[in-house]
Design a binder for this molecule. Structure first.
Ligand code: GCB
Length: 869
């Protein structure tokens, strides 16, 4: 090709691309290369999603930084785009954002979980770099919900930022940052179904424009099902709403969890010459829902028990700044477990997750974060109303969304905080007023969805009448954890059903905390054992299954999540997850799979976390096995233990383990699984096939200590030959609470080892043979100033002066190790203390630990003995 022709062709292409690009809508995610600073002085380069609370929300010091953070970024906007409209869209910033472009204030947004956008066109310099600056504030703000809640309010720009370039005629971005169109359905049934689209079309030019809207509905194979074109006049500088119905589809494919059939709705906005200005897509899922106070939930006219989970959005090590790909894995995990519903708690989550719920067939409850209490101010009301508008409009088009909610346990602070009677009355009426406004707004904006709210166990919701507002009433019930006993769930629900026969109810939260490092033969309330977690969930599912009037249940929570003030077995983390904070499933996840997922035979042996199981002499250990089959066969080391029947997806097998590796095999249906379990089988404490021995003093459970890669055995009263205490009693253990001290212990990650302890223990015996040993004793002062956890209704409210609570001397076999140990005054508060010393034990004497009280009662949390010689 001659050089000049080639040059011309290149120039033509450059010109063509420039011209044509100026005609199309474009959307660029600008997540990379932002500058971040906490003080306007030191800046670091970061990528979004980002939060500044990754470390301080998990360290040993109470609180985390709630204040301002500053972000800035330069973006180049080409001169070719000067006829376009430029929008900056923030998908979520927690919790208040103030945005500047080239130094000019563009706008402010309150609320950390919904998207917002600003038209920045007038402030842009085309053909140049433009400076975007965002001041983010996550300080407590009386006018922005949530005011208080059991999760960490990480500050930062934690979802994508988009730069959107639009032709002057476009789908509006000014309607609460929605897509500018809303998909509705008409006459949906087995025989036929119709789609109606309301589009908001903006014309920002100063001349009238003629546009056309081409709409097509494609089936799952991409084949055209229906289409329609409409022409509209858009007056200069106007925003217009047009409703268009596509013709009815006969014999439609319906959407359901078993068959989440989706059609693709395509909208093409064209100019007068037929050039496409903007293209939009939406899922279309034909389905209808209803609730019946006696018969539960119905999808497409058929009853369906909703069983699934709540989900929080944060992830271990990432806070709320979680890449979307990682978040999507949660939805796959939930589907794979057999869950058919997700409550996105307590705020709207990333929109792509709702899209995935459409695709995988999971029904959704979505809500805004008005949690625990409200503020009686017009500003607070305005923010709440605005937030619910954003929420509904931004999440409207997902067919998976069947319930829109707006409040969670809204009276809980009022029940626990100190108020005068007058204040209480006023707060009740303010709360009710706001609830009424939000209920009406939700019904008006989302007429084809169910409204919903979640309450905690208190009569106040009935008495105020707030519980009668939503179409579905969620109860968050923690029988067998914070309240009463596991079995009390059913009778509570029966009583409510009888008293309020017109209400449709859903068990919106339930579940105990569970730590995979804690396992036991004797699960107890509030001990954080995975065994208690199993016991509670199994019974709850049974109790709900038995009650047709219950629409369903959503476990609290899918995953462990960050809650800074908590002192669970892992401090700062709420451990009620079915999977861990990093999403490694706990055993209970697989139990749910065995009861919910009937697609193919499934078997599971719950031994994944039985690390370092130590058994004495003839002791056996009960192993849980799960399956969706009625019967199965278990083998240990090739020996058939006989046929087992699965009830409610599970069976317990007493396994006679041998020392060393054991092979457990489970067969059911045509499925089988083999697991290797390593067990220390001890005849005596002879240190022959082990070199360390640890005792979880004061605790009834095994504790697998990851710091030392060792499992501490449960404590006991002295048994000969063996180990145990001769005096004292487990500290802080009651019928209702078996955690010892429910607080963060500083300077350790082995909190459960410290949290349980013996008090008043003068003598402790361990029958070890002669030799040289290192003995490590673990202590913590239990009288700590608790951080208030209003959810933990069993926590003792003991706030005490701790100095000189207890002073004691430590002896090993009569030899003084340390005198006048005073945990309260020698160490910082809540400090995990190790005292280590070596001892030579002469023939047959064994080890005797003596804590001689000088003042008060001595305490002891753990013993670790290492053989040296
Ligand atoms: C609740 C709350 C939830 C808490 C949960 C708990 O009822 O709605 O936000 O995290 O209890 O674990 O205590």
């Amino acid at each position: 090709m001659p050089h000049t022709i080639k040059n011309r062709l290149v120039w033509f292409l450059v010109w063509y691309v420039a011209i044509s690009s100026s005609l199309f809508a474009q959307n660029v995610i600008i997540n990379s290369g932002w500058q971040f600073s906490e003080d306007h002085n030191t800046w670091e380069t970061i990528n979004l999603p980002h939060t500044w609370n990754l470390e301080d929300a998990f360290d040993d010091y109470p609180g985390y930084r709630r204040g301002q953070g500053y972000y800035k970024k330069q973006i180049y906007i080409p001169v070719e785009e000067k006829d376009q409209i430029q929008f900056l869209k923030f998908n979520a910033v927690n919790q208040e954002a103030t945005v500047y472009v080239n130094g000019a204030l563009i706008g402010n947004h309150e609320g950390g979980y919904t998207a917002f956008n600003f038209n920045i066109t007038p402030f842009i310099r085309f053909g140049e770099y433009n400076l975007i600056e965002v001041t983010v504030d996550n300080s407590h703000n009386e006018n922005i919900p949530p005011l208080n809640a059991d999760f960490t309010f990480y500050g930062g720009i934690y979802r994508e930022v988009e730069l959107i370039s639009l032709p002057k005629q476009h789908f509006s971005l000014n309607d609460f940052a929605s897509e500018g169109f809303y998909v509705d359905y008409y006459e949906v049934s087995n025989e036929k179904a119709g789609v109606e689209v309301s589009s908001i079309l903006d014309n920002t030019s100063n001349t009238n424009s003629q546009v056309s809207l081409y709409m097509e509905l494609l089936d799952a194979n991409g084949e055209l099902v229906k289409s329609r074109t409409e022409s509209f006049k858009l007056p200069a500088e106007s925003s217009n709403e047009f409703k268009v119905k596509l013709p009815l589809v006969y014999q439609p494919m319906l959407w359901s969890p078993e068959q989440p059939y989706l059609y693709d709705l395509v909208l093409k906005l064209k100019d007068a010459r037929g050039k496409v200005l903007e293209t939009k897509h939406s899922h279309v899922g034909f389905r209808w829902t209803s609730v019946d106070p006696d018969k539960g939930f119905f999808l497409n006219g058929k009853p369906i028990k909703l069983i699934g989970v709540n989900r929080h959005q944060d992830f271990q090590g990432l806070g709320n700044a979680v890449p979307i790909e990682l978040q999507e894995k949660d939805i796959y995990l939930i589907k794979n477990m057999g869950g058919n519903v997700i409550r996105f708690a307590h705020y709207p989550h990333h929109r792509d997750l709702y899209k995935l719920c459409d695709e995988l067939g999971i029904l959704v409850w979505t809500e805004i974060p008005i949690v625990n209490k409200v503020t009686d101010s017009p500003e607070f009301f305005d923010v709440c109303i605005n937030m619910q508008k954003e929420h509904i409009k931004q999440y409207y088009n997902y067919p998976s969304v069947v319930m829109f909610g707006y409040m969670n346990e809204i009276f809980i602070r009022m029940v626990f905080d100190k108020y005068t009677e007058e204040e209480r009355t006023a707060l009740k009426s303010t709360t009710l007023k706001l609830a009424n406004q939000l209920e009406n707004l939700t019904r008006e904006l989302a007429p084809n969805r169910l409204t919903v709210m979640a309450c905690h166990l208190n009569e106040i919701y009935n008495e105020t009448g707030i519980a009668d507002l939503p179409m579905v009433l969620g109860w968050n019930l923690y029988f067998g954890w914070y309240d009463a006993e596991i079995k009390d769930l059913g009778s509570f629900l029966d009583e409510q059903h009888q008293r309020f026969p017109k209400r449709s109810m859903l068990l919106s939260e339930y579940g105990p905390g569970a730590d995979v490092r804690i396992f036991t033969k004797t699960p107890k309330k509030f001990d954080f054992s995975t065994d208690y977690q199993f016991k509670l969930h199994q019974s709850y599912v049974e109790q709900i299954q038995e009650r047709p009037f219950m629409t369903g249940m959503t476990a609290w929570n899918f995953a462990d999540f960050g809650s800074e003030f908590r002192g669970d077995a892992i401090p700062h983390v709420n451990q009620k997850g079915l999977v861990q904070y990093d999403r490694t499933p706990k055993d209970i996840y697989f139990w749910y799979k065995s009861v919910l997922d009937k697609r193919e035979p499934f078997v599971y042996v719950a031994t994944n976390f039985l690390s370092g199981l130590t058994l004495f002499q003839d002791e056996t250990y009960p192993i849980q096995v799960y399956s969706n089959q009625p019967k199965g066969m278990v083998y240990v080391n090739g020996i058939n233990l006989g046929e087992i029947s699965f009830e409610n997806g599970a069976a317990s097998v007493e396994v006679p383990f041998r020392d060393g590796e054991n092979i457990l095999r489970l067969e059911a249906g045509n499925s089988s699984v083999e697991k290797v379990v390593s067990v220390h089988k001890l005849e005596t404490l002879d240190f022959k096939n082990f070199d360390q021995f640890g005792i979880n003093v004061g605790g009834h459970f095994y504790f697998h200590d990851q710091e030392r890669n060792l499992t501490f055995v449960p404590d006991q009263t002295y048994q000969t030959p063996g180990y145990g205490y001769l005096s004292g009693a487990p500290y802080g253990m009651t019928k209702d609470k078996n955690q010892g001290v429910p607080f963060n212990v500083r300077n350790t990650t082995s909190d459960p080892l410290f949290q349980t302890m013996l008090e008043g223990c003068a003598d402790y015996k361990v029958d070890i043979p002669s030799g040289e040993y290192q003995v490590r004793l673990f202590f913590v002062e239990p009288k700590m100033k608790p951080t208030q956890n209003i959810y933990n209704l069993t926590q003792s409210a003991e706030v005490v002066e701790v100095t000189n609570r207890r002073i004691f001397d430590i002896y090993l076999n009569g030899h003084l190790v340390q005198k006048n140990v005073n945990l309260a005054s020698e160490y910082p508060e809540k400090y995990g203390v190790n005292i280590i010393s070596n001892i030579l034990i002469p023939k047959n004497e064994g080890l005797k630990i003596t804590l001689k009280p000088v003042e008060g009662k001595p305490v002891l949390s753990g013993i670790l003995i290492k053989k040296i010689n």
